[in-house]
Every structure is written in structure tokens, then in C-alpha cells.
Design a protein around this ligand. Structure first.
Ligand code: 13P
Ligand code: ZN
Length: 268
């Protein structure tokens, strides 16, 4: 358990120090595959079963480390057992119970629908190799959703690919843009999971970003690069707008050089 706690402490601490996690903003989940975390079999349930809003048989029996609702990511380093928990999904994928954490009392993040439904998507698309999902509130990504009119998945993906030469390598499938939907809702959860079935990043208009990866470092890294590109983009706008930019030909060449097939339809 200590190794797992150290892993999440690193990610949550980095997120807080980046300024991505004001107050209780942002949440993290990690699917715990039974081979690496067999010791969880010995844990006694700490709660009864709570019904999930929709059945998810694809993740039946899975266990997840999930940050607590209302808890501050910056406090995970100090009191991990209070701010994070391990939940287990039942054998039908219809309910969850608590195995560890949320001391003395608490519950998983209010964004649990987006997390669990996205885990269904990423488990499937990665052939069971993707375990991490992060939602967070980085300034520049959010600011960009106010500063640019008529953003959509194509324009956002191209804008960020053009703003930093290595973006196309880090997120070759681009970034899904999701128009504002109520935080914590099933609609937001479904839209995010749908986005995660074809991309590794999704921006929530006026709110934040989500990223997935094989592990927390990969999910964090994707968000970090997108946020950096958004920051560069805003600085260029503040400096009077781009006088030149990476061309489509150059972006294609970068993708080819790094042997990285990208979503060509975003250039249509
Ligand atoms: P929680 O405190 O429920 O995790 O919510 C934070 C958040 O970022 C909602 O979008
Ligand atoms: Zn949020």
C-alpha cells in the first residue's frame, strides 16, 4: 500500500504545485490490476454497496484508487488515508464498496461517472494496458476556452499542435473539445468516456481537462504538454497574435520523423 500511496502523492503534489488544483479542484483515479495488488484481497470492506448510476460490467470486480470528493489534492501528501480511498466494483459492475481510506468518513470524487466510464473506454481501447485517469483545472487550457471563439475538436487540436513542436507526438489523436456540461453529471461522464475511446485528452469548456494513460506519469505528462502549449498560445495572443506558425507540412513531418501516426481527419 505504501508504494501505491507514494505514487499518487507524487502526481497529486505535482498537480498542486503546478497550480492545477485549487481548493478541491481536480481528481485522480488509478485502476489497480489484481496481479500487482493481490494484497487488496485481504482487505475487509469498510462500507456497504453503493449503486452506480449505470451498470459497467466491463469493469466488474475491478478496484480503483480514487481521490475523495471535497478533498484537496495538495493534502494527499500529508494525510493520504483521509484524502484518497480504494473502492471495489461488484461482480456485476453495478455498485461499489470502500476497501480503504476516506478517513474518518467520505466518498469518491463527484466526477466518478467520468472516471469509471472513461476507465471502461481506456481499458478496451488499450487492450487492458491503460490504468490512469486524471481530471484537473490548469489555467491556460481553461483560459483558451474563453479566448478563442467557436472552438471545436479540430480547431483546438490544430491550435495546440501549432503552438509547440512536439505536441503532435504527445497527443497524435488530438484533443476532444467538449462544450460546457454540468460538473459531475452523467452527461459529462458519457461525453468524456466517448472522447477517451478515440483520444487521450479531452477539454471541458470553462472548466478543465481530462487525460488518460498507462500510468499516472503518462496521463500527467499529456496534460502537462497540452497546458504548456495552451500557455504558449495565450502568450502569443497577448503579444499581438502569431506572425508565423508551424505549418501543416511541418506538423506532418514531425509526426513522420517520430514514427507517430496521427489523426489526419483533424486537418480536413
Ligand atoms: P470533487 O471534489 O468531487 O473531486 O470535485 C472536484 C472537481 O474538480 C469537480 O469537477
Ligand atoms: Zn473539475
Amino acid at each position: 500500500m505504501q508504494k501505491l500511496i507514494e505514487e499518487i502523492k507524487k502526481t497529486s503534489g505535482d498537480m498542486a504545485r503546478r497550480g492545477w488544483a485549487e481548493s478541491n479542484g481536480g481528481n485522480i483515479s488509478l485502476r489497480l490490476n489484481s496481479e500487482n495488488y493481490a494484497y487488496l484481497n485481504e482487505f475487509q470492506p469498510k462500507s456497504g454497496w453503493t449503486q452506480l448510476p449505470v451498470a459497467m460490467p466491463e469493469i466488474a470486480g475491478e478496484r480503483f484508487l480514487v481521490t475523495g470528493t471535497g478533498r484537496f489534492l495538495r493534502n494527499i501528501e500529508v494525510f493520504p488515508e483521509k484524502n484518497i480511498g480504494v473502492i471495489e466494483i461488484d461482480q456485476k459492475g453495478e455498485a461499489w464498496q470502500l476497501l480503504w481510506g476516506y478517513e474518518p468518513i467520505g466518498a469518491p470524487t463527484s466526477e466518478l461517472p467520468a472516471h469509471l466510464l472513461s476507465h471502461v473506454s481506456i481499458k478496451q481501447k488499450s487492450n487492458n494496458q491503460s490504468f490512469a485517469f486524471i481530471h484537473t483545472h490548469p489555467n491556460s487550457v481553461i483560459a483558451l476556452t474563453y479566448a478563442v471563439a467557436n472552438l471545436d475538436t479540430k480547431s483546438l487540436s490544430r491550435l495546440l499542435w501549432q503552438s509547440h513542436a512536439e505536441c503532435v507526438v504527445v497527443f497524435p489523436q488530438g484533443i476532444e473539445f467538449l462544450p460546457w456540461v454540468m460538473a459531475g453529471s452523467m452527461d459529462l461522464g458519457r461525453a468524456t468516456a466517448n472522447a477517451m475511446s478515440r483520444r487521450n485528452l479531452a477539454v471541458w469548456e470553462f472548466h478543465g481537462i481530462c487525460g488518460c494513460g498507462r500510468n499516472l506519469d503518462e496521463a500527467f505528462g499529456r496534460i502537462d504538454v497540452a497546458e504548456k502549449a495552451a500557455d504558449i498560445c495565450l502568450r502569443v495572443m497577448a503579444a499581438g497574435g502569431a506572425k508565423k506558425t508551424l505549418t501543416e507540412t511541418q506538423i506532418r513531418a514531425i509526426a513522420e520523423n517520430f514514427n507517430c501516426p496521427f489523426d489526419e481527419s483533424l486537418f480536413d
